[in-house]
Design a protein around this ligand. Structure first.
Ligand code: MLT
Length: 323
């Protein structure tokens, strides 16, 4: 129930709000990652958090709240105090969850104060190291012939690995058994161990295992090959046209967070994305920061709304919902 504030108390609260926004940050900041530690979203978040912490002169801790394709972590921040001390890094799943979940306890369009876009990470198709197919064409045949046996790993409904998997299965007109995890960090461990067969995942999680030969790489879902993975063909090159997907990530605060606080966070994020160390690490992992003009609340909100509209008909056509 909304508290009725007398004019004096209201003035005090406003004054206090303004003062605390001025002193922001005066305490440790928590960034919630809605997937497991060690996975792609965690990797991106820890890199920017380290740099933002220097700019803001305040400790930033990363808290992993995995489950339900990222919606549990998002709910945690949607319901947090709008004071700038609890933030969220989420990706394309923020947009797809608006359609995939028919009773989300928050509306992605209005429950957050967007801070800015971060990066758009390419997706790769990878498999366990001893998976029989030698290339994408053989993989498609193998999956079709063994559809009742092969296991596809993902990070739950609403995850990037689920969306990419859905597009791939639609393209090859085959459905297989999916094994859901709280993130592709633990899924990657099981893939390398051969407990599951294949997965579509972000280069921020696959580049190192591919380079180490711990997984087999079949394709990257981008127009051009990636500098970080020059030997991995594009899906189109390998014979599968029509799937191009980039996993855009954004930083969010709870709705109602003072605009001055959001502005400070946006500036610190912009500085982090210009930080040489961040730029180099992103490049080594097959991605890059978004341009500075995209590191704004307006650019993130615009991306979110346009992506909700883009994926709604695709998801409805697939008829895959989180119930
Ligand atoms: C993760 O960090 O685990 C991923 O972003 C999961 C996914 O969305 O596939």
């Amino acid at each position: 129930m909304r508290k009725i504030l007398t004019p004096v108390v209201a003035a005090l609260a406003l004054g206090f709000g303004a003062a605390s926004a001025q002193d922001y940050p005066s305490d440790t900041i928590t960034i919630v990652v809605p997937f497991s530690a060690g996975g792609p979203t965690d990797t991106v978040t820890r890199l920017i958090a380290e740099s933002m912490s220097k700019t803001l002169g305040q400790q930033i801790i990363v808290e992993n709240v995995g489950g339900a394709g990222g919606t549990l972590g998002a709910r945690r921040v949607a319901q947090a105090e709008p004071d700038g001390y609890t933030l969220l890094v989420h990706h394309i799943g923020m947009a797809t969850s608006a359609t995939l979940y028919r009773d989300l306890p928050y509306d992605p369009r209005t429950a957050f104060a967007p801070v800015g876009l971060i990066t758009e990470v390419p997706m790769t198709l990878v498999a366990r190291p001893d998976f029989p197919p030698a290339n994408l064409g053989e993989l498609i045949d193998y999956v079709k012939e063994n559809a009742d046996q092969v296991l596809y790993a993902n990070a739950g409904i609403g995850a990037a690995s689920q969306l990419c998997g859905m597009l791939f299965m639609q393209a090859i007109e085959t459905q297989v058994t999916t094994v859901p995890y709280k993130g592709t960090g633990p899924a990657m461990t099981d893939l390398m161990g051969g407990q599951v067969d294949f997965m579509c995942d972000q280069t921020t999680n696959t580049t190192n295992p591919i380079e180490a030969g711990s997984v087999k790489a079949y394709a990257v879902f981008t127009e051009e090959r990636l500098d970080a993975l020059p030997d991995v063909p594009t899906a189109a090159e390998a014979g599968l046209d029509g799937i191009q997907i980039g996993i855009w990530h954004g930083l969010y605060a709870p709705a109602g967070t003072p605009p001055e606080v959001v502005a400070k966070l946006s500036d610190a994020l912009k500085a982090a994305l210009a930080d040489e160390n961040v730029v180099q690490r992103f490049a080594e992992l097959g991605t890059a920061p978004v341009p500075p003009e995209a590191v704004t609340p307006e650019a993130l909100q615009e991306k979110l709304l346009s992506e909700i509209d883009r994926w709604k008909p695709v998801i409805e056509a697939a008829g895959v919902y989180a119930e």
